[in-house]
Design a protein around this ligand. Structure first.
Ligand code: GLY
Length: 417
């Protein structure tokens, strides 16, 4: 089942259950200084959860554009880290609660997507007897497939949060049999595909949990993960939502995906960052030296560096943006109309970086060689600053390149410089 169809079916399923389908909100939060970028389906809906604003309908479903950049350096190295991703969700603002949310999630997965019930596992908060009873007594999930985990409490900074119940898909022993491969672990065998949050508290700026006036449902299912499961792919990058970008980058570089680990990582970073670049610029973020613009700048520059490492000489961003828009345009309907704007801005930033990249890399490589010869492992803050100020290297990029050579950077010295 193609990614576009999964998205369509999810939204139609919840529309049938009385939900209003809203378009994705932009990545730039509105009236929410606690967030730099929208990182979950519920984030733009916070005022509906807290009761500050009356929702257009008590039941809403969305496929929300999301960005998470907290662990940027893991992108491409794991099966499922992304900066940009799409999150499917169904939401209740003081309307239905646990029972319907659980039953509908099960119905969608087993009857609409035809996932085998024997491969599904769920986790609940240890004190959530109500969720246990619904899963076990009503849905019929055997006790051996229900795990009680203390950290089953979902929150994203300030705002609505609560205990949650996650649904996992067992991808089978081929994905690993080591002890990490268990529910809630880091292994790939059990893949979390959906999180049902029983949203009943509001986390305040000073870290208190206030009960919400009404109980809500907030769910999040990663579209790329569902696609990986349904398309029997070992990672999200190989799904039809992303793979054409890997093929395109591989063709430009004259390399093959699946032969060398380092090449695959580079191709995945390029694919991921091309998606993020397209959607960020589409939502009006432009490269700059602060805030969201800096996130975008870092992402474009990381992609360009990886393209260079693969031996691609010509500019890549505009070509990749074209493909991203072809892939995502059905779900993110405003992208095609902004095609030229996005391409031009991505290409301009790439050019800006290209002009100094080679010189900067040469300088950095020399400094790293010198350090190695001296037996030292810390790059001076003044070097990091020179790369930043003169060659346009976000300090995080320098840090990453240095780390590849076993060298750390002097952050304090950089800040002082
Ligand atoms: N808001 C639920 C999730 O992102 O998992």
């Amino acid at each position: 089942m193609r990614g576009n169809e999964i998205r369509r079916r999810f939204l139609a399923f919840f529309e049938d259950k009385g939900h209003l389908h809203l378009d994705s909100f932009p990545l730039i939060p509105k009236d929410d200084p606690s967030l730099l970028l929208i990182g979950a389906g519920m984030a733009p809906l916070k005022p509906y959860f807290t009761g500050k604003v009356t929702p257009p309908c008590k039941r809403v479903t969305t496929c929300q554009k999301c960005m998470r950049t907290g662990d940027l350096e893991n992108v491409g190295r794991t099966a499922r880290h992304h900066t940009f991703f799409e999150m499917l969700g169904n939401f209740s603002f003081g309307d239905y609660f646990k029972k319907d949310a659980i039953h509908w999630a099960w119905e969608f997965l087993t009857e609409e997507l035809h996932l085998e019930p024997e491969r599904l596992y769920v986790t609940i908060h240890p004190e959530d007897e109500e969720a246990y009873a619904i899963w076990h007594d009503e849905v019929g999930v055997p006790a051996s497939h229900i795990y009680k985990l203390d950290d089953n409490f979902w929150e994203i900074g300030e705002g609505p949060c609560g205990p949650c119940s996650e649904i996992f898909y067992d991808q089978g022993e081929a994905f690993g049999t080591d002890p990490d491969n268990q529910m809630g672990g880091e292994g790939d065998r059990f893949l979390e595909i959906w999180n049902l949050v029983f949203s009943q508290y509001n986390r305040t700026a000073d870290g208190r949990y206030e009960p919400l006036v009404h109980k809500n449902i907030d769910t999040g299912a990663g579209l790329e993960r569902l696609a990986a499961v349904l398309q029997h792919k070992k990672n999200n990058f190989e799904t039809d939502l992303i793979y054409p970008l890997i093929e395109q980058a591989a063709a430009l570089a004259g390399v093959k995906y699946g032969e060398h680990e380092a090449t695959d990582v580079a191709l995945k970073v390029i694919a991921d960052h091309a998606r993020a670049t397209t959607v960020l610029i589409g939502d009006g973020v432009l490269p700059s030296n602060e805030g969201r613009g800096y996130v975008l700048r870092r992402i474009i520059r990381r992609a360009v560096r990886q393209a260079k490492l693969l031996g691609i000489q010509e500019p890549v961003m505009a070509t990749l943006v074209d493909t991203v828009i072809d892939l995502l345009g059905e779900g993110i309907t405003d992208l095609p109309g902004k095609r030229e704007f996005i391409k031009t801005n991505a290409a301009t930033e790439e050019e800006r970086f290209q002009r100094t990249l080679d010189q900067g890399l040469l300088l950095l490589q020399q400094r790293l060689d010198d350090l190695k010869a001296e037996g030292a492992t810390v790059l001076a803050g003044s070097d990091v600053f020179k790369l930043y100020d003169t060659y346009g290297f976000p300090w995080e990029l320098t840090e990453e390149i240095a780390a590849e050579a076993g060298v750390t950077i002097d952050r304090d010295g950089f800040v002082r410089a």
